[in-house]
Design a protein around this ligand. Structure first.
Ligand SMILES: [Zn+2]
Length: 330
């Protein structure tokens, strides 16, 4: 059943969710892939690149996923839907949710062609994402469709943005929206508050405008990005923005797959690769040294030393250092 959740239809809303819900942000390197599970209901939002199919299969199998009730494609870029046709082939899907992209913007690649072919072959209904509607998941909660609010000229802004609600808990999945779509969402005036945000566009500096982030006001900020990716995701200023607003930072590139568990009131999280305090101390020391060196040689950034000591980690550690030692801050 689909409800209007914001706007002026005045439809009554059923109470969402009972029992327990799990939300997994699956580590697929540079890309997005998240699974919502509650009771018998399984919803996959994005799939990661084609070459990460094995990781997704392994995770779904280890969790005992038999069939997807909903397969969501935020937008047809390969880091979000590259593997989706294989997943639907393998597990099936009751319904597909995706934005309705104008024909001239549809990408010409095997993943998209195969995706549409598998949807057609299996006669899977498609819900085209329209802002202001809600998909009722029964005991498994509600899925609010927040965006796209209108049409755009680039695919990132066309991303389907979804808010999963389970009891009082809310999870916002932002695809790769950028400033333009964020402004439209804020202007539309719908409630987009959420406990957990999948930060837009892997933490790119072109997204996470302050007005949008304020409206979400997340307790946890999840960055889905690959280790040492070519795009510099997540951007250090964006990580800092969420930190400054009091959000706990979680990153698939550092923490691996991230799990949230909620009973509809409280939310707990598990990380696959938590950083321990010894690592943190090493980071602080090496990154402080790195920073001093960088001050002398502007261009010294890039890879630091060893497996854990990469540029992005260093930068974050420097931020922690700055905050604990304001006299050293810049
Ligand atoms: Zn992306």
């Amino acid at each position: 059943m689909i409800w209007r959740f914001c706007g002026n239809t005045g439809q009554p809303q059923p109470l969402p969710g009972s029992g327990t819900a799990y939300v997994y942000f699956i580590d697929v390197g540079q890309g997005d892939c998240a699974l919502i599970r509650s009771g018998e209901t399984d919803i996959l939002i994005d799939s990661g690149e084609y070459d990460r199919c094995t990781d997704v299969f392994r995770t779904l199998d280890s969790l005992g996923v038999q069939e997807l009730d909903y397969a969501v494609i935020s937008h047809p870029h390969s880091d979000h839907m590259g593997c989706m046709f294989r997943i639907i082939e393998e597990y099936g899907a009751g319904t597909v949710i995706m934005p309705e992209i104008p024909e001239q913007m549809i990408p010409v690649n095997v993943s998209y062609t195969e995706l549409m072919a598998v949807i057609e072959r299996n006669d899977i209904p498609i819900i085209y994402a329209k802002a202001g509607t809600t998909v009722d998941l029964g005991e498994a909660g509600m899925l609010d469709i927040i965006a796209p609010v209108r049409t755009y000229e680039d695919l990132n802004n066309f991303s389907a943005v979804l808010r999963y609600r389970f009891g009082d808990a809310g999870f916002l999945f932002c695809g790769d929206i950028e400033k333009e779509a964020e402004q439209d969402i804020v202007s539309a005036g719908c409630d987009i508050s959420a406990d957990v945000i999948k930060v837009p566009h892997h933490g790119s500096g072109t997204s996470s405008t302050r007005a949008f982030v304020n409206a979400v006001s997340p307790r946890y900020a999840v960055f889905s990005a690959g280790q040492e990716n070519d795009f510099g995701h997540p951007h250090a200023n964006i990580v800092r923005l969420y930190e400054s607003l009091g959000s706990e930072i979680l990153r698939t590139d550092l923490n691996g797959t991230i799990t949230f568990i909620t009973d509809g009131h409280s939310i707990n999280t598990e990380k696959k690769r938590p950083m321990n305090s010894a690592h943190s101390l090493v980071f602080l020391f090496v990154c402080h040294t790195q920073r001093k060196l960088r001050q002398k040689r502007e261009n010294i950034g890039g890879v630091c030393v060893g497996f854990y000591l990469r540029h992005d980690l260093c930068y974050n550690a420097v931020l922690i250092y700055d905050e604990s030692r304001p006299d050293n801050a810049h």
